[in-house]
Ligand binder design. Structure first.
Ligand code: NAD
Length: 515
């Protein structure tokens, strides 16, 4: 048997016939699922749900994917109650057993990667490799968290002794019911990752996925159920922002991971704790900068920046949306980036050669058009600037905007990148850091001293130097821990990193006097 071609976000091209044939087969399978009705799953049982909404494909809004019956308020109460009932026995399940179920779930996700990825392409518009990457990342996040628990021996450690008569053990213990609220743009990985971390740690989970990721989330739940996760340990509440709000406000939710926009994340961060402090991890937006030094390989820089600015239509939290370029190389760099923008293949995300699919919805198209109109007034469009059709827009490069322009501050979440000339690396770093956000950043230079200066000063949680596979994007579990600084993340501990699982646990110091 030939080994399966492994897709990560650093996979640049896939001329692999087997991969495409398998995805095409997965697409047929995913299409056979369309038209389903999804409802809340609580305690392993499907509920009727309340108000209905339809999920259609952003690439072809006439294609109905599924009808979702949103969780009603009573469903939120019941899901939290079911998770609370299941919490004691799940926490008491030996960690070896917990991780064996979760490893099985990860293997099922990998086994089903083609049909899951194809569904994701239809549901949120990711191209083949991005969708396969999202599915494989989901499996690898779960595997990595299993390994963390194993490597730390279940987080049980003997402590020092003050006398022979007593023994103390430090134990990390779960909190109970953990809420997970996920965004549309990584509809599987950012549900599976936080849920996986919570579950390996012994918490039970109530997931509220993004409405536009409802179908993918339901398929994730199927993998977890098929792996043998006991009823009540993982519950799904499909629905919109109101359902998320009910979950956040529920007093029996002991801890919460939210991934989404800065505005919503900050409001949840401020409101989650009521009668006493409760852990809340908010992973939020980015306004990620790349810096191009006069000492950079400009082709490499243009390749890495184009990939991060336009990949998944600029709808990654790690997307590159600002570039600061030393004036001496500004013109050739802009020309190289514009060339890349013009050569990107935009189209049906399920088609083999597509790099950029649609943006998620007409509101995103409007944000794109507003940014273009603003640029026509205050700067110049050097590539793109038009809507192609429906939710498809051109990858766009702009220049001439003042350094404090709103387009250099606000997260736009469309394939739109602004390039600004600077006189020095010092100025570039000052501008790159002049934001409330601090998720990712990239740097291009052949000069080691400049690289050190960048690494010392840049205020971002995930940084890359001279990376063609993505100037600011493409972290992988266990390789690049992924989390934001400042307004991009609340905990300072990154997903897919060494300190992530501990966030779902609280320490208990146990001293037992033996005689
Ligand atoms: P969003 O904030 O609109 O929604 C995220 C989730 O929160 C959805 O499930 C939504 O229904 C729910 N929600 C919205 N309002 C709520 C409320 N008041 N109470 C409770 N839940 C509520 O974000 P989105 O458009 O789905 O995702 C894109 C955003 O996510 C971008 O800002 C992006 O940068 C960010 N993001 C961050 C990371 C990261 O790791 N830092 C990763 C992916 C996406």
């Amino acid at each position: 048997m030939t080994e399966k071609f492994r897709v990560t976000y650093a996979t640049l091209t896939a001329d692999n016939e087997d991969l495409h044939a398998a995805y095409d087969k997965g697409l047929d399978e995913a299409r056979s699922w369309l038209g389903a009705t999804l409802t809340p799953t609580i305690d392993g049982v499907a509920r009727p749900g309340g108000d209905a909404f339809e999920v259609t494909s952003p690439g072809d809004p006439s294609l109905l994917l599924c009808t979702v019956k949103s969780a009603a308020a009573a469903d939120v109460d019941d899901a939290v109650a079911a998770a609370k009932r299941a919490a004691t026995s799940w926490a008491a399940t030996p960690w070896q057993q917990r991780i064996s179920v979760l490893r099985k779930a990860a293997d099922l996700i990998s086994e089903r990667s083609n049909e899951l990825a194809a569904l994701m392409s239809l549901e949120v518009g990711k191209n083949r490799l991005e969708a396969l990457g999202d599915v494989e990342e989901s499996a690898d996040l779960i595997r990595y968290y299993c390994r963390q628990v194993e490597d730390n021996n279940g987080f049980v450690r003997p402590m020092e002794q003050l006398s022979d008569a007593e023994q103390t053990t430090s134990v990390l213990r779960p909190y109970g019911v953990w809420g997970v609220i996920s965004p549309f743009n990584f509809p599987m990985a950012l549900a599976a990752g936080p849920a996986g971390g919570a579950l390996v740690a012994g918490n039970t989970v109530v997931l509220k996925p993004s409405p536009q990721g409802s179908f993918t989330a339901a398929k994730l739940a199927e993998c977890l159920g098929d792996a043998g996760l006991p009823a009540g340990v993982f519950n799904v509440l499909p629905g919109g922002d109101v359902v998320g709000g009910l979950l956040v406000a529920h007093p029996d939710v002991a801890g919460l991971t939210f991934t989404g926009s800065y505005q919503v994340g900050m409001s949840i961060y401020r409101s989650f704790a009521t009668s006493y402090p409760k852990p809340v991890v908010c992973e939020m937006g980015g306004k990620n900068a790349a810096i191009v030094s006069a000492q950079a390989d400009l082709d490499l820089a243009a390749a890495g920046i184009a990939r991060s600015a336009f990949g998944f239509s600029g709808q990654k939290c790690s997307a590159c949306s600002r570039v600061y370029v030393q004036r001496e190389v500004f013109e050739p760099f802009v020309a190289a980036l514009a060339e890349k923008a013009k050569s990107v293949v935009v189209g049906d995300p399920t088609a083999r050669d597509t790099f950029v699919g649609p943006v998620i919805d007409p509101a995103a198209v409007q944000r794109f058009l507003a940014a273009v109109a603003h640029t026509r007034e205050h700067g110049q469009i050097v590539a793109g600037g038009n809507v192609i059709d429906g939710n498809y827009v051109q990858p766009t490069v702009v220049t001439g905007l003042p350094a404090d322009d709103r387009l250099l501050r606000d997260e736009l979440f469309v394939p739109f990148v602004a390039v600004v000339p600077v006189d020095s690396l010092d100025e570039a770093l000052t501008l790159a850091n002049d934001t409330d956000l601090g998720l990712t950043a990239g740097f291009f230079s052949a000069d080691d001293a400049e690289v050190d200066q960048f690494l010392d000063r840049i205020e971002a949680g995930v940084v890359y130097v001279n990376r063609a596979a993505g100037a600011t994007t493409g972290a992988w579990p266990g390789v690049q821990p992924f989390g934001g600084w400042k307004g991009s993340g609340t905990s300072g501990k990154a997903g897919g990193g060494l300190y992530y699982v501990q966030q779902f646990l609280r320490e208990q110091s146990r001293t037992v006097v033996t005689r």
